[in-house]
Design a protein around this ligand. Structure first.
Ligand code: SF4
Length: 373
């Protein structure tokens, strides 16, 4: 079986076989029965219907607990190493759907310590970026009364005792096997997974009883939470459930939008002109000439412009199918298609940037334990 891809919390490369990845990680598919169950709580999010969120751990248990009145907390986060891009927003939008659908509390963890440890950045850089990234998160409309933002170094008094108890259960050998560390890895990085586990147990610590937690995230984050789930029973906490998505592709056709490819990455702070330029250069499934495309049609399967519609910017299945049909039949050309996507992104960003400014008024209210930003 070819395995020409790598997916870890810190590296995604190659053409990802998501089914194979699910097998390797040992997660379960989101099947029709689970979709049916989820649809009983509200209209399914397009990312569920389209299989973008495609795999999980213990979601049925979580829903059973919810039905019994044991409400869960949602936990997600961000490693603040740069500006927020659309690939970060995509799973956060799904988190918003989860909060709206179930009316539950949410923890958003900013791992400014992680990015300091793993990247060539100062702690001041990553902490200031945490503030900027949090504005993007808040701009999506999370309920300020039910949502708390953790910044690891600022909430260390609460996190550290929990992280310590996690760390005591994880051997260096496990950390090496799961994350690929070796003797040259700094010891902060080796400890870090304990910090990422801690918010999964904080709701139970704060409530003084077992509170279920669900973590909606990219499948690349699963290794952290495998370790977290393994140690949970020994610490007297419920194992967190996971619901995982595929990665938002880059505009250059790669499998994950990444800040290392600036021209193929759309940031939340981009101007309409920058968006137009980036989408204009996007990788498509079109032909080399207009005549050839009119005759043979394009290939939406490989096209980054189509994928952007699929992942985020076209919620109507009918419209999406129509776009695919017109593309295959050569009834639409890439230039027109790119202009439509540019317009959709710019409308979205204009509203987002407005909400991002307003987020500055509520960010203090959302600080976990009331820390000072
Ligand atoms: S017409 Fe649109 S969907 Fe088809 S290949 Fe071109 S950009 Fe992609």
């Amino acid at each position: 079986m070819p395995e020409e891809f790598t997916v870890t919390p810190w590296e995604v490369k190659g053409e990802i076989d998501y089914d194979l990845l699910m097998q390797k990680f040992g997660t379960s598919p989101i099947d029709d029965a689970l979709l049916d169950r989820l649809s009983g709580y509200g209209e399914l999010h397009p990312m569920l219907k389209r299989g973008i969120f495609y795999t999980h751990r213990d979601m049925l248990w979580l829903l059973n607990e919810y039905d019994k009145g044991n409400r869960f907390t949602i936990y997600t986060g961000r490693g603040p190493s740069g500006n927020t891009h659309l690939g970060h927003l995509m799973p956060w939008m799904f988190n918003k759907w989860m909060q709206d659908t179930f009316g539950v509390n949410m923890i958003f963890q900013m791992t400014n310590d992680e990015k300091f440890l793993f990247k060539d950045l100062t702690l001041e850089d990553t902490t200031s970026m945490a503030y900027q990234n949090a504005l993007d998160f808040i701009a999506l409309g999370f309920d300020p009364k039910k949502t708390k933002i953790i910044v690891n170094t600022k909430n260390i008094d609460k996190l550290y005792p929990v992280a310590l108890s996690v760390a005591k259960k994880i051997t260096f050998s496990t950390a090496k096997a799961v994350f690929g560390f070796d003797n040259s890895t700094n010891i902060g990085s080796i400890f870090f997974t304990a910090m990422q586990s801690a918010p999964a147990f904080l709701p139970s610590v704060d409530a003084g009883k077992q509170v279920p937690v669900v973590i909606p995230c990219g499948i690349d984050q699963d290794p952290h939470f495998r370790v977290c789930r393994d140690v949970a029973p020994g610490l007297g906490f419920p194992k967190p459930s996971l619901i995982c998505c595929k990665m938002m592709p880059g505009l250059s056709g790669g499998d994950k939008m990444s800040s290392s490819d600036e021209n193929a990455t759309i940031y939340t702070t981009d101007t309409p002109k920058q968006v137009k330029k980036k989408v204009g250069r996007a990788f498509t499934g079109g032909c080399v000439s207009v005549d050839e495309q009119r005759e043979k049609g394009g290939n939406p399967e490989v096209c980054a412009v189509f994928k952007y519609n699929y992942f985020m910017f076209e919620h109507s299945d009918d419209e999406l199918n129509e776009l695919a049909r017109k593309c295959r039949n050569g009834e639409i050309l890439c230039g027109e298609c790119k202009m439509c996507l540019t317009q959709k992104i710019n409308v979205f960003l204009e509203e987002h940037q407005d909400r991002r400014e307003k987020a500055k008024d509520v960010i203090a209210e959302m600080a976990y334990d009331g820390f000072e930003w």
